[in-house]
Design a protein around this ligand. Sequence first.
Ligand code: NAD
Ligand code: WQD
Length: 336
Amino acid sequence: MNVLITGGMGYIGSHTCVEMLEAGLTPIIIDNLCNARSEVLNRIEHLTQQRPVFLEGDVRDEAFLDSVFAQYDIDSVIHFAGLKAVGESVRKPLEYYDNNVNGSLVLTRCMRKAGVTSLVFSSSATVYGDPQSVPITEQDPTGATTNPYGTSKYMVERCLMDLVHAEPEWSITLLRYFNPVGAHPSGLMGEDPQGTPNNLMPFIAQVAVGRREKLSIFGDDYQTKDGTGVRDYIHVLDLADGHIAALQQVGAKPGLHIFNLGTGQGSSVLDMVNAFSQASGKSIAYELCPRRPGDIAKCWASTDKAQRELGWKAKRSVTEMTADTWRWQSNNPQGY
Ligand code: NAD
Ligand code: WQD
């Protein structure tokens, strides 16, 4: 099966390509490299002994996409490409709507012209906003997003829902990721944020390796077990496997399919600091700071639907997430 992977050089896309190649699927990557390094391709080849096709280009470039669909016999598309930094999205809303929303519209238009109607979209738990209760199910309300990034994901979801309603031959799968972390256990691939990391795990990893002095913990007065925010951290390889399960179980089934991809377990910021400290043998310096605007107290997934309908369940523990992140970070202190 030939699967076009937009954003396949990025963090989640690259791990998904490795898992796909190992499962006998053929990824064809397009990426404009705005947040990725070409070295990723060498690492994928090293791990799988296969070098996927990589075409440098932008998902908003309709002529480029048309040429890709004309050249390759694509069965399905996984659409990872987009911008993902919450804070930056507040400062640059037009860039985020253009990249994430317009990019998705151009992609689906080109898919339609090429007669390709199977799409898996990278959505996010951010579409649930501040949840009324946990665990969050796929039926819970969406749309009360708190920043342009989250709104862009919600808008794309709505566009795709309307598309499948109007043209029922489409198979559209919305995968709502919780908090992806971890790295390939080889230590050859992982998350390589440019500049100061926005997310917790890469920040902790950079403190452990000596690139940053200390972690700021945003809030210790939430209604949680230790006062710090609770999230559903999921290993990036489990997430990658969730995409393969989605392609195989519902990718050829017309209609709209929505799944949470999480573990169903919540961990606090202090849980993650302690787990990382254990995994790395380093103490993680931190200071308690005020809450970060827009943050919620707790968020974790109900995983029942994915388990029931995709036969998929996250397998890897927080211990593996932190150990694999540390192996990647300590082997590649400056990233790729
Ligand atoms: P990433 O930045 O590592 O990967 C995205 C890739 O897309 C990058 O390689 C980038 O160069 C590429 N790209 C961006 N805009 C493009 C464009 N216009 N044309 C072509 N390529 C483009 O991010 P990631 O963490 O791998 O996230 C992948 C997807 O999952 C994103 O859509 C993101 O919003 C979504 N997501 C991520 C998280 C997370 O915490 N990492 C959580 C939920 C959802
Ligand atoms: C996790 C916890 C912070 C950094 C974001 C996006 C979401 C999704 C995943 C894409 C929170 C705390 C963090 C730090 C800290 N991305 N923290 N110090 O906010 O759950 O989700 O990434 O779709 O849309 O919003 O993830 O890793 O930023 O934060 O104390 O330096 O760690 O307050 O409790 P978040 P995160």
